[in-house]
Design a protein around this ligand. Structure first.
Ligand code: GCB
Length: 603
């Protein structure tokens, strides 16, 4: 089990935040061993003293920031550094904890403060933090130096996995040449991808909160559980306020139940005139420890809703929910996978324009800032994790980190533990049974799935999922160019899966590449016309089957995105209905027309 919670940092009467975004000093370790930085202990002195540095924005992937192909394709350690002034009151007040938090860095990170290692973390896409109170207080100056080394090497043990291949033929490659192979379809962007910040809490502090919500008639119920560290017997008071700031329920104790009369439920976008309703759960802790009085405040947004799966339906608040949405990536020009507010807000405006009520976070956990937007706007999320089969032990830990971070988001309605794994191989049965059972033990309130592209009869994981999620690319990877095969093949796909498992099905991917602006008639692959017909042919079958057991359709993909260079990718994957610059292709208009119609029909 993980030690500690991972509450999103929020300011309150007792907590302050200092953002460390902006320009950092940066150097990639191009040495042959890729290990010069550690050999020469670059963390011990300012980075500029041990070699040349360049400006690097945080958050952002480093890959597309310069004109250097060798930095775009760099594999190994990169070093980031900046200085921060720690406020005097943080230093002098011994009752305050100072925490350094990295929203995410890809893939393996080591963090030093003033040359002392404070933490290391494996895995991109999830936050990590360290209590740095002692280290910064030991410093003779208010200035403190933060150094973060990040390594993007992927191996068979990482999530996603990859392999390093050495090219030893001296007639073909320079000495020491190696490449990173990956078998996933997105560019291995790297660097510090999400905000870095320092924040404070009192020494007695709210470390974690878990809420489970429900309702009966017009009475909402919130079961809460808090974890307070730093004191053996804290007093906890919990107050729930509505959108207008009115207190609607309160309770005392580290755990308890709140009842809300005339509850406003959390509803998805387009399912209700007031989607994304959030209450504020304020947790107030007081404690007396060693003769000192402590107080901490933390406010968590809470949506009251239920989720349930039947043989043929996905129910939100006991009403059938049909997923009409998209798969996304965290990906854009220049910043790669770096968090970018203009992009986030633009994407939500495009989702709403499309009439999309949901997306899957293919293929990794997205920034918490994005999930908060989903909570507020009522966009339903399938929280997706991982690609392929990693080591089982690591996969279990990663699911723990994901559930710990995302458990309180009303928008997250289902966990997905893998994408297109080798589910037909004999070890897959034990593997998926273990990962799914473990995830269910961490969260008893949400269904669990994984995304499959296996044969329905040989898939070893399907018996353990709540919802079957199937990817298929008829008339693209199979029968390329033959649009007319889609209806029969898709129909067979659905009947096979439902016939065998009697579980509801989501078409979790389908689509076709389009180079924006390419046109032919009759339609040919890679043109706008071809994507249009692929979509229409899939839709005709969805329309028959959604009256039975198909509960959703998620297009691959929302927008074009970057991939490794291969002969099947024309400057990235072009299956977006929007271009990478977020301009609509013909397919976007087809989806828009359809999603708004579905919203009106399914209510
Ligand atoms: C898939 C993968 C996705 C790819 C997509 C494609 O099945 O899940 O990562 O990008 O197909 O376009 O090939």
């Amino acid at each position: 089990a993980l030690d500690g919670g991972m509450l999103y940092p929020r300011e309150s009467q007792t907590r302050e935040i200092k953002e460390l975004n902006g320009l950092w000093s940066f150097r990639a370790d191009f040495s042959r061993s890729r290990n010069l930085g550690f050999e020469k202990a670059w963390f011990k002195s300012p980075l500029a003293q041990t070699g040349p540095v360049i400006d690097m924005p945080v958050p952002a992937s480093f890959n597309d920031i310069t004109q250097e192909p060798r930095l775009r394709d760099f594999i190994g350690w990169v070093w980031y550094e900046r200085e921060v002034v720690v406020p005097q009151r943080w230093l002098s007040d011994g009752s305050v904890r100072i925490v350094l938090r990295v929203g995410s860095a890809h893939y393996y990170s080591v963090v030093w403060v003033n040359g002392q290692q404070v933490t290391e973390h494996e895995g991109g896409h999830l936050p990590f933090e360290a209590d740095i109170s002692r280290v910064v207080r030991a410093s003779p100056t208010v200035q403190c130096r933060i150094t973060i080394a990040v390594n993007n090497t992927l191996t068979l043990e990482t999530l996603p996995p990859g392999t390093i291949q050495y090219m030893n033929d001296p007639s073909k490659y320079p000495a020491g040449y190696f490449v990173q192979n990956t078998n996933f379809d997105f560019f291995n962007y790297a660097g510090i991808h999400r905000p870095v910040l320092m924040y404070t809490t009192p020494n007695v502090y709210i470390d974690d909160i878990t809420v489970v919500t429900g309702f009966a008639d017009n009475i909402g119920v919130i079961n809460y559980q808090t974890s307070v560290l730093g004191s053996p017997n804290p007093m906890v008071k919990v107050t729930l306020t509505d959108k207008d700031g009115q207190c609607v329920a309160s309770s005392n104790g580290v755990a308890g139940t709140l009842k809300i009369v005339n509850v406003n439920l959390w509803w998805p976008y387009l399912m209700h005139e007031n989607p994304g309703y959030l209450y504020s759960l304020e947790v107030h802790v007081t404690a007396e420890t060693s003769g000192k009085r402590y107080e901490d405040f933390y406010t968590l947004p809470v949506g009251v809703r239920t989720v349930q799966v039947t043989k043929t339906q996905f129910l939100i608040n006991n009403k059938p929910f049909y997923f009409h949405g998209v798969n996304k990536h965290e990906d854009s020009d220049v910043r790669g996978k770096g968090l970018d507010w203009p992009l986030i807000v633009k994407d939500f405006n495009l989702l709403k324009w499309l009439g999309a009520n949901s997306f899957r976070t293919s293929h990794y956990p997205y920034a918490e800032e994005i999930l908060q937007m989903c909570d507020r706007h009522g966009i339903v999320v399938i929280d997706d994790r991982s690609f392929g089969n990693a080591s089982l032990a690591h996969h279990l830990v990663v699911m723990e980190e994901l559930v710990r971070r995302d458990k309180n988001h009303p928008s997250v309605v289902m966990w997905s533990v893998a994408n297109e794994p080798a589910a037909e191989m004999p070890p897959a049965e034990f593997y998926f049974k273990s990962v799914i059972t473990h995830t269910k033990s961490l969260d008893q309130t949400r269904p669990v799935t994984f995304i499959t592209d296996s044969n329905y009869a040989r898939d070893k994981g399907a018996p353990y999922v709540d919802v079957i999620c199937v990817n298929s690319y008829f008339s693209w990877y199979h029968d390329p160019g033959h649009l007319e095969v889609i209806p029969i093949q898709l129909n067979t796909q659905f009947e096979n899966w439902y016939g065998k498992y009697q579980k509801p099905i989501i078409q979790s991917e389908y689509g076709a590449d389009v180079v924006p602006g390419l046109h032919t008639d009759p339609p040919m692959m890679f043109t706008e016309e071809y994507q249009k017909i692929v979509l229409e042919n899939y839709h005709s079958v969805f329309d028959q089957k959604r009256k039975e057991y198909v509960i959703g359709e998620l297009i691959w993909n929302f927008a074009d995105f970057m991939t490794a260079q291969t002969v099947t990718r024309v400057v990235g994957n072009k299956k977006g209905v929007f271009s990478r610059q977020r301009q609509p292709k013909a397919g976007a208009f087809i989806l828009r027309e359809r999603y708004w119609r579905l919203a009106n029909e399914t209510g």
